[in-house]
Design a protein around this ligand. Sequence first.
Ligand SMILES: Cc1cc2nc3c(=O)[nH]c(=O)nc-3n(C[C@H](O)[C@H](O)[C@H](O)COP(=O)(O)O)c2cc1C
Ligand code: SF4
Length: 494
Amino acid sequence: MTRDESDRGGLRPAASPLTVGGRTLSNRLVVSAHGLATVTHGVPDAQDAVYWRRLGSGGAGLIVAGGTQVSPESMPRNRILTEAYDERAAPGLAARAAAMRSGGALAGIQLGHLGRETLGAGTFLPFVAPGPVTGPREPAPARPLATDEIARIAEDFRLSTRRCAETGFDVVEIHAAHGYLLAQFLSRAANTRTDRYGGGPANRARALAEVVRAVREGAGDDVVVGVRVSVEGDGPAHLRLEELAELLPHVQDSAPFDYLNLTWGDRGRYVPDMATDRPPLLGRTRELRAGLGVPLLLCAAFRRPADIAEALTSGAADLVGSARAHIADPDFAAKVLGGRAAEIRPCVACLQDCRSYEPTGLCAVNPELAPAGEPRKPARPWRPAGHRPAGPRIVVVGAGPAGLECAVTAAARPGAEVTLLERAPRIGGQLVAAARAPHPAGGRTCSTTTGTGSTRSTSTCGSVSRSPTPTSTAPTRSSARPGPGRSRRRCRAR
Ligand SMILES: Cc1cc2nc3c(=O)[nH]c(=O)nc-3n(C[C@H](O)[C@H](O)[C@H](O)COP(=O)(O)O)c2cc1C
Ligand code: SF4
């Protein structure tokens, strides 16, 4: 993340309010649906509101909580998703909505049903789908839904929406993305039905349209209703952008919704790793947006302010959503809007802590996120047995991600003098190797700069440009305090 990006401009549109379905977002930045499993037996716990309050103070216009289910057969056995269908979740939902709104954002919640995507024998009840086709991650075929059961699922959406409206949410988003149940209905490959819910686009769109109608009924007049769909890829079994453009009018015509959230990927790939260095849908959505008639919220891999600016100024989107950028730095929105891009602690798309849920979602670069009862992520420097630090002089050996983080953290101690030693000609450690993995797009997520003047070397997670003379292959000795000839890490830790 370079200072140039904050100065590049184009971000003024991001700061302008937008009225969606009668409610006004204070700006165009959205925290897209996610959850960190701060849920016990289907009920949001005390840590849940702490997390959403912190995000609520981060400057986004709308925050959407994910991982919320409408039906018991959609619940994994570990019950770490919110069970909106159960009245016991109501107090936790109310605390969550209040926490989100505490900083001025609209509070949103996404309601979903996993259908066949249950990860092995992960449910107590038989899992269901439009047809008996196995999914990419579940080897067993689902039980096909009977025709009259689809009305029951729409009713589940209505009842959960009612609970969310009563507990203070401003926005309810319907999850029809990522290959889950409603996306399975939209899909040619997954939907093999021969009744009125299968076949051509109008029939495949019918289940979603009925759910939108039910959600609208449950929401009442004051709650915004959105729909999230995803471009699954360009393979023969994937739901493609052109197909979505054909399917969505069938939904809108019979069941209007207030905004469309368009994102990328199916069950196994919807949180792109560090090989995705550019938002995959940027530059592909102008036509869809022009024909929609409602605001388009565009998501997936928006980490850099320049990409956000491009989406909003090129006509690609009305709103831009990110999940991990806000997990890594809860003040992401405020920093983008305030032109403080250089201060952002960037998500490095490592997909480690935020997706592990052990015991809750954490983050490799955000130590503020901690398991319940801990003020910060538990971590301490390793010291050999019997070692007693002699004073504030600290040597960190190895300038990989851990060494860099260690050096930056140690340098924050009053009076500490930190020396960072690296054998390789450039810093970054295994990230440099990982970024060399073959991928057409390469892997650029964070930038590091080593040296000064003629030996200056900029590395964007391994994509290294060097000018004009090559860096030495001799061991690099640099201080964590930036200075002449020393190493400066731009992915700042806090
Ligand atoms: C921890 C985590 C949980 C997520 N849970 C959901 C979810 O419940 N529903 C959903 O639609 N997307 C979910 N997502 C996907 C994000 O909303 C987003 O589409 C995806 O991470 C790509 O965007 P990003 O690059 O900004 O993170 C989740 C992502 C993460 C990292
Ligand atoms: S754990 Fe990794 S991928 Fe997840 S938010 Fe943190 S830096 Fe990003």
